[in-house]
Design a protein around this ligand. Structure first.
Ligand code: PEP
Length: 251
């Protein structure tokens, strides 16, 4: 680990404003000012403002959104805009989460557009990549994550690439209780780091945090964080309980 670790909570479709207020009160009481790690919350868009307001006195903690539409504005009923997310205090945007790709059919072409839009809005994109179990068993993991990474970077210049974060989230590990071993994670994070380096050079590539996600919990967080090239954690289910999440953040 060479970077300040990034520990991110993806609340998915959980925690409305009322729950979020109670969560933050309990969480903040247990977690003093954090200088040696970056903590990020990804609440639902409806809960975003509650979380940014609840963290007004803790500017070291970042808030992000789980998704934005591929266009900044227009006739897109029900969607959320990157500009509105920024206006509401979001600093980072998840792109290509496996649930977006596999439940909502988000394509590589869509992630290309979203990554460009987020870079233009000067927000940080956290691009998620990961293989399905069938792809892993067929030996295609490296090809899949390299393809997803290339699509995400397609429209970005080197400076914009240097400002992103990446998350390796094997689809078979998300919400299943099956976690990649630290060795599995290190292997694929190494693949991603080399792919970044071949695009933007070693110096920029080493500064891009690569998070691991997939059934991270209090018991396995430290071991995964200690793996080579693992610069942080993206946590779903285990980030929903304030006490448990405080434990992971302090891991
Ligand atoms: C996620 O949603 O990004 C995730 C990793 O979920 P979980 O921790 O529940 O597997």
């Amino acid at each position: 680990m060479h970077l300040k670790p990034v520990i991110a909570a993806n609340w998915k479709l959980n925690h409305g404003p009322t729950d979020a207020k109670a969560f933050l009160q309990r969480f903040l009481a247990q977690v003093p000012k954090l200088n040696d790690r970056t903590v990020i919350f990804f609440p639902s868009a409806i809960t975003l403002t509650t979380v940014t307001e609840g963290l007004r006195d803790r500017p070291e903690i970042w808030v992000g959104v789980q998704n934005v539409h591929a266009e900044a504005q227009g006739a897109f009923t029900g969607e959320n805009s990157v500009l509105m997310a920024r206006d509401a205090g979001a600093r980072v945007v998840l792109v290509g989460h496996s649930e977006r790709r596999h439940v909502f059919g988000e394509s590589d072409e869509t992630t290309t557009k979203k990554m460009a839009l987020i870079a233009q809005a000067r927000l940080t994109a956290m691009l998620c990549v990961g293989e399905t179990l069938a792809e892993r068993e067929a030996g295609h993991t490296a090809d899949v994550v390299e393809r997803q990474l290339a699509a995400g970077l397609k429209e970005l210049d080197d400076q914009q690439i240097g400002a992103i974060m990446l998350a390796y989230e094997p689809v078979w590990a998300i919400g299943t209780g099956r976690t990649a071993t630290p060795e599995d994670a290190a292997e694929i994070h190494g693949v991603l780091r080399r792919a970044l380096a071949s695009r933007v050079g070693d110096k920029v590539a080493t500064g891009i945090p690569i998070l691991y996600g997939g059934s991270v919990n209090r018991g396995n967080a430290s071991q995964l964080l200690a793996a080579s090239d693992v610069d942080g954690l993206l946590v779903g289910g285990a980030s929903l309980d304030a006490d448990g999440w405080a434990g992971i953040v302090r891991a």
